[in-house]
Design a protein around this ligand. Sequence first.
Ligand code: F6P
Length: 342
Amino acid sequence: MRVGVLTGGGDCPGLNAVMRAVVRKGVQQYDYGFLGFRDGWRGPLEGDTVPLDIPAVRGTLPRGGTILGSSRTNPFNEENGVRRIRENLAKHEVDALIAIGGEDTLGVAARLTDEFGIHCVGVPKTIDNDLSATDYTFGFDTAVHVATEAIDRLHTTAESHMRVLVVEVMGRHAGWIALHSGLAGGANCILIPEQRFDVEQVCGWVESRFKASYAPIVVVAEGAMPKDGQMVLKDGSKDSFGHVRLSGVGEWLAKEIEARTGKEARTTVLGHIQRGGTPSAFDRWLATRFGLHAIDAVRDGDWGTMVALRGTDIVRVPLAEATAKLKTVSPELYEEAGVFFG
Ligand code: F6P
């Protein structure tokens, strides 16, 4: 058995830890061979490969990013995409693929298995934690730690100058990073993509925090939208899966707050800092266990499945089901956090 491995979509801490576990168990216990494909689906599409063996993954457990590279290539948008993948897998004698990615990368894996009979197993990653069917994706915990540390630091400088600090965190469709880091960091309010926000209400919360002699920290997810406005876009460009580039809502909101309250407001955009660097202990643990179970799914020929965390167990779920709908913050959960707003 020869197994191909790829990492697609936005990188996140823990990708290397998954591959290390896959390769270690696959070689040591099942005597499998491995091949890495570069840059997500671009690798199998163009036959761009790298050797993947125990020496290649040694020392990568704490290393962020991905030793294979990543991209947002969508083979279904490429001419003869599926045929080219099939030919390259045959050429390199690859029997199965482990795709490590988010909704887009795994959505491709689901279609390749279900519609074209290509043997894929999926591993869920994304700092956004928005994949349904798994309690957590790896990368999320690290991102929340980074954002929480930033909020802690911003508290002291905000209070020294008694100004509003708006922190924009990642979260295109789901506000998990904003919610978790905002709660952990004691934010004045948390704004998420799932619930449109009222700028007047945000200003009311900001003013009440000043009245209590504290400087407010407003945490806003990049995909959050005002009640009577649109998502703020970086520019008009879209990736191969049709997603627009976000970022800018923090800057926009700070200007609104300043204009409406007369208080000085500044913005910090955390951006890719949330995705970079070494994975947290939890993410290393989760990524490692995902890897160990993904190679077991390959051994069992359980194609079209994704490994998922349920409680403390790793289970297998159909990829098609896992990618059919996003996991978003429920109104109840959001309301819970509202106790601390203002
Ligand atoms: O998919 C995860 C994510 O972190 C989103 O929250 C964000 O919109 C996107 O990646 C940005 O990624 P990039 O700048 O690499 O396109």
